[in-house]
Every structure is written in structure tokens, then in C-alpha cells.
Design a protein around this ligand. Structure first.
Ligand SMILES: [Zn+2]
Ligand SMILES: [Zn+2]
Length: 130
């Protein structure tokens, strides 16, 4: 399916900016921040603001086209792979990669708590930084 179709399926009007933001996110495994997507599109879309990139990514998260990854002390990162998977975060260079690990399901919680999703991170040093 093309990008416009993917967005329409989730009820999103496929403007050129939204399509390019989705493509920029879906074409990398680097789990970019809003800032880095903004930087990568700035030459091509000079009128695109960082705020628009951020709000568009949040829109993708709301409709299930992306997940956001909040790692201690760093800016939010985004992932077009919405399946549950583990990540490795390098403390030194800030790179964020996928880890092929078997993940446990959501834990059972005390009454009154409602689990939506769980994130699993391994923090450490990547091969390039070791
Ligand atoms: Zn590193
Ligand atoms: Zn990922």
C-alpha cells in the first residue's frame, strides 16, 4: 500500500508533509526524534516546522501508526514498527536499536490499574562506543 493509503486507512488526511514525515519515520530503523526527522526534511520542505513534525508524530502514535519511546533523560524517539519489541539504548552515543528478545506480556496489576503497554529497554554501550 502506498503512503497515502496507509494514512487514509487510519483516518488521516494525507497531506504532502504528513506523507513525507511518515516515510521518513518508516524508512529508518534509527528510531529518530522529532528533531532529527525535522532536520532530515528541512531541505526538501523548508516551510515544515519542528512543531508540525512533533504534532504529526503524536498523531501517528494516537492512531497506531507509530509508537513513542521514552528513555530516561533523552528526548522522545519514534518507531514506525508498532509491534512489541525490545530496544537497546546506548548511553554514550544515544543510538537506539531493536533487540530480538522474547518479551513477557503485560503484567497483571493490582485492582484499579489498567495496563496499556509495557516498554523494555536495555541500557548500555553499543559496539561502536565500546
Ligand atoms: Zn553508542
Ligand atoms: Zn524499535
Amino acid at each position: 500500500m502506498d503512503t497515502a493509503g496507509i494514512l487514509r486507512l487510519r483516518g488521516i488526511q494525507p497531506s504532502p508533509q504528513r506523507m513525507r514525515i511518515y516515510e521518513a519515520l518508516a524508512s529508518t530503523r534509527a528510531h529518530p526524534s522529532a528533531d532529527s526527522i525535522h532536520r532530515s526534511l528541512r531541505a526538501e520542505l523548508p516551510s515544515l516546522s519542528r512543531t508540525t513534525v512533533y504534532s504529526t508524530l503524536e498523531l501517528f502514535v494516537r492512531v497506531g501508526l507509530a509508537q513513542e519511546l521514552a528513555i530516561m533523560g533523552s528526548e522522545l524517539r519514534f518507531d514506525a514498527d508498532v509491534s512489541a519489541h525490545a530496544h537497546f539504548a546506548c548511553r554514550s552515543c544515544g543510538s537506539l536499536g531493536d533487540l530480538a528478545l522474547e518479551l513477557p506480556g503485560l503484567p497483571s496489576l493490582p485492582g484499579g490499574y489498567h495496563a496499556e503497554r509495557a516498554q523494555f529497554f536495555v541500557l548500555g554501550t553499543c559496539p561502536a562506543c565500546s
